[in-house]
Ligand binder design. Structure first.
Ligand SMILES: Cc1cc2nc3c(=O)[nH]c(=O)nc-3n(C[C@H](O)[C@H](O)[C@H](O)COP(=O)(O)OP(=O)(O)OC[C@H]3O[C@@H](n4cnc5c(N)ncnc54)[C@H](O)[C@@H]3O)c2cc1C
Length: 447
């Protein structure tokens, strides 16, 4: 490909998946990447995010992990408690994670994660162009991918490209277009769940010693109860306490598919957690009126494929995942890293659609079953954390109690050693390189 023009790569969406895909492709040697984002800027809601070692490993290779880690908080333990009493059900030390997987389990601010990947992209500004306030629609797949681009302040026009990556999130237009083309549908699975996301400052918490102790820990705490839980941890050098919840989505019952976020009511939120302990009430009461946001948690049935022609789906567009395993963004970033391997210019011999499709199919082969297994595991973890009174809950709590006397499985799956081995121990880049060799996508370096 030495003398041929560079591949034109279009990326729909500048979320975690789109940003990481742009950076991974630029690092792989692509020089003509455009990211189209309908929002005016990165626009990340104020919220924290767990930064698992499998995510950290990729971001380190892409050169942006240090900046994120400098602002993040390392978690040394997780405590799972009964929401109604604050009694500790189980406690798991996480300090071995770094020794075992090379990276610690950290938690951070979404804007720090996205901003650092974006900064990485800006260092590749000769290769990556960002077009904000630009919405993609009317996607066509052949002979080359094309779409209508509607900039917010000017007339729409059509764009053609060699490769289109649909990183446009859970409400993906690119997914809808692909499924229409294939005469398929992706049935929306009603999770019945919604989430509040809240951030409290140290200043807001400092007058309450019990709450101040929470922000000063290195602990991810989950308070569980029937059909609901709260998970919380300190972020931004312990200046902010990040709280995320999951509860029945009663506030969305009228329009579950039209809108996934709504302004939540503080009094409803306090009612929803009415049977939780007084400390949780004091904590939720610190949230200023008008600052409660609620998200509908949405997933859909597995797709038959993530790839059509020279287009591939990435991240929540193809595997929206409940947050109960803290892996959605990590999996979008794994998608991006694998695309950086399979689409490397040194591996694609020419720009024919068949050649590109073959590379995208290798991406799908490395990613689809793994991401879908984690979608299912996250849902299962939610079911287990949300058990009501009865035999199943008694059994779960016995397994939690056994943790105090020695090792055993952890019912909160993200903290279970075997699950962590499966999630953190998987190096998607090594797997992608292996799959490329098996499929004959051999880079000059491999040969
Ligand atoms: C409560 C909650 C907690 C979570 N906690 C964690 C966690 O701790 N760890 C973790 O790894 N994951 C977590 N996740 C999951 C994670 O947030 C998502 O999986 C991840 O952000 C998905 O990234 P994405 O790039 O695929 O999609 P998005 O972040 O949704 O990005 C899609 C982008 O595409 C843009 N877009 C959409 N349509 C168009 C269009 N037509 N044209 C142009 N642009 C378009 C959107 O504006 C958006 O910027 C959590 C999720 C929730 C809801």
């Amino acid at each position: 490909m030495a003398n041929s023009p560079p591949f034109e790569i279009a990326i729909a969406g500048a979320g975690m998946g789109g940003l990481a895909a742009a950076l991974a492709l630029a690092k792989a040697g692509h020089t003509n990447i455009t990211v189209y984002e309908m929002a005016s800027d990165l626009g990340f809601v104020g919220a924290g995010i767990q930064l698992a070692p499998n995510m950290a490993r990729i971001l380190d290779r892409l050169g942006c992990w240090k900046q994120i880690a400098d602002e993040a908080v390392q978690c040394y333990e997780t405590s799972i408690r009964e929401g109604s009493t604050n009694k500790e059900l189980g406690h798991v030390a996480l300090d071995y994670v770094e020794k075992t997987y090379g990276y610690p389990h950290m938690v951070g601010h979404r804007s720090s994660l996205a901003g650092s990947i974006y900064d990485g992209c800006k260092k590749e500004s000769d290769k990556i162009t960002f077009k904000f306030r630009s919405t993609i629609s009317d996607i066509q797949f052949s002979p080359r991918p094309s779409f209508q681009l509607t900039p917010r302040d000017s007339e729409p026009y059509r764009v053609e490209c060699d490769i289109l990556l649909g990183c446009d999130g859970v409400k993906s237009n690119t997914r809808v277009a692909m499924l229409e083309e294939l005469n398929e549908t992706a049935s929306v699975v009603d999770t019945g769940q919604a989430a509040y996301r809240i951030m409290l400052t140290r200043d807001q918490m400092k007058h309450d010693p019990e709450l101040l102790a929470l922000i000063d820990t290195d602990t991810v705490t989950r308070w569980i109860g029937h059909r609901r839980h709260i998970i919380a941890y300190p972020i931004s050098n312990k200046t902010i306490y990040n709280i995320s919840t999951a509860q029945p989505d009663d506030n969305f019952a009228e329009a579950p598919t039209a809108s996934y976020t709504t302004k939540g009511s503080k009094s409803t939120m306090i009612q929803v957690y009415g049977d939780y302990c007084p400390m949780i009430h004091r904590m939720l009461d610190l949230v200023p009126e008008g600052e409660v946001c609620e998200w509908k948690l949405r997933v859909h049935a597995p797709l038959s494929t993530w790839v059509h022609g020279s287009m591939a789906l990435v991240g929540d567009a193809c595997h929206p995942t409940l947050p109960h395993l803290a892996q959605g963004a990590a999996q979008a970033i794994e998608d991006a890293a694998v695309l950086g391997v399979t689409l490397a210019p040194s591996r694609i011999a020419d720009r024919r659609p068949e050649t590109i499709n073959k590379a995208l199919k290798v991406y799908e082969s490395v990613r689809k079953s793994r991401a879908e297994a984690l979608v299912e595991l996250a849902a299962e973890n939610g079911r287990s954390m949300h058990l009501g009174e009865g035999k199943a809950k008694e059994e779960r709590d016995k397994v939690f109690a056994a943790l105090k006397t020695g090792k055993g499985p952890v019912p909160d799956k993200w903290a279970d050693a075997d699950v962590q081995r499966m999630i953190y121990g998987f190096d998607c880049v090594t797997e992608a390189e292996k799959a490329c060799r098996e499929e004959g996508l051999v880079a000059k370096l491999d040969a």
